[in-house]
Design a protein around this ligand. Structure first.
Ligand code: NAD
Length: 360
């Protein structure tokens, strides 16, 4: 297969971790007979320095013409970097918002799984951590409360703020279809999370999810109220496979889910549109405190590349090869400084990339 990937290394640790992911992709290409063509684009602070804006229209057009985008991270130290003296619409983060909007990325996927070897970092009780977990939080990204009309005004002499939560059936259907499609590639279970005992938008959500579920007879599905889901995530996370939910609930639950893994440098993410196109990036930021020191953990970015193979290119066994190589590296005791513990071997970002390549 010939895969055209737009690569945005970005700022901070972005270039270091993306370079490792490209190394791993090339190893996969060699082993399985695929060609990965990379086109490097600028976004974030590096684009401000080179082009005066965080993302040029030209870069957007090139990203759109690719099959998928592999992103590192953007931004710098928000207290000291000159980028943060610019008005908000010219800062690095504006590039990220623009590319998400331009590419129509409405589905956000964040896996949260606990590696056997990193159980010690899990903040949950030992007997819960021992059962392990492996879930995918699927969050609607472009609708709901964060995109509804809002205003603050005085009503009868009292300051009053209004935010509007709107979903139409089409927005719900397309994310539900994505959720069930992803479940078909996993353990075939969907937990749809809403607040249908209170909200109209949640009752519509539930109705549409039920309609979509009829087309996926192999997938078991259930509805769960969001307050219960927040509790279940810390009580019994092993019960979840795909957690399908709207924007604000997903924002909160995905952070809760990533917290219980205990290791941000390990967490991948993907944002998808209606086609197979997606943008793949680590969950963490540009880590300016460790940038340029060969200290960053590249695993989140390498696992994001594995998600790209699975969800954009349908290369499941190639994605498995990356995920297994990551597991093997942990079994063999290699750790970057964010996950190092007694009895393990400290390696830098580059060496971690090499160790994973060796195991592909
Ligand atoms: P951060 O995620 O960059 O860093 C938080 C902490 O986690 C730091 O101590 C950092 O060293 C550590 N860390 C993060 N990723 C790591 C990795 N791969 N390996 C080892 N340690 C890692 O969050 P922050 O400090 O709040 O933000 C720094 C910059 O990143 C800001 O400019 C912010 O706007 C930006 N940011 C960008 C994105 C993105 O590009 N999608 C996301 C979040 C934050």
């Amino acid at each position: 297969m010939n895969c055209n990937i737009a690569v945005i290394k970005g700022d901070g640790i972005g270039p270091e971790v993306v370079t490792q992911a490209m190394k791993v992709l090339d190893a996969v290409g060699e082993k399985f007979g695929h060609t990965f063509n990379y086109e490097q684009l600028l976004m974030g602070g590096c684009s401000i320095d080179a082009c005066g804006v965080p993302l040029t229209d030209e870069a957007v057009a090139r990203a759109k013409a690719s099959d998928a985008v592999l992103l590192g991270s953007i931004g710098g130290n928000t207290s000291t970097s000159p980028w943060y003296k610019l008005p908000p619409e010219k800062r690095p983060e504006a590039g990220l918002l623009k590319i998400r909007k331009e590419l129509g990325l409405f589905a956000n996927l964040r896996p949260a799984n606990l590696y056997e070897q990193l159980k010690g970092a899990c903040p949950l009780k030992e007997e819960i951590a021992d059962r392990g977990f492996d879930m995918m939080i699927m969050r609607e990204l472009t609708g709901g409360l964060y995109f509804g009309a809002r205003e603050t005004k005085e009503v009868d002499g009292v300051m009053t703020a209004v935010d509007t939560l709107t979903y139409n059936e089409n927005e719900i259907r397309r994310i539900a279809i994505k959720g069930f499609d992803i479940a078909m590639k996993r353990r075939k279970k969907v937990t749809s999370v809403d607040k249908a005992n209170v909200l109209d938008s949640s009752r519509l959500w539930r109705k549409i999810v039920e309609e979509v579920a009829k087309n996926y007879p192999e997938v078991t599905y259930e509805h769960m109220l969001v307050d219960n889901c927040a509790m279940q995530l810390v009580k019994d996370p092993a019960q979840f496979d795909v957690v399908l939910t709207e924007n604000m609930f997903g924002d909160i639950l995905s952070d809760e889910a990533s917290m219980i893994t205990g290791s941000i440098g390990m967490l991948a993410s993907a944002s998808l549109n209606e086609t197979k196109f997606g943008m793949y990036e680590p969950s963490g930021g540009s880590a300016p405190d460790i940038a340029g020191q060969d200290k960053a953990n590249p695993i989140a970015t390498i696992l994001s590349a594995a998600m790209m193979l699975r969800y954009t290119f349908d290369l499941d066994k190639e994605a498995d090869a990356i995920e297994n190589a990551v597991k093997q590296v942990l079994v063999d005791g290699f750790r970057t400084c964010d996950i190092v513990s007694e009895g393990t071997t400290l390696v830098g970002c580059n060496e971690m990339g090499d160790k994973i390549v060796e195991r592909i």
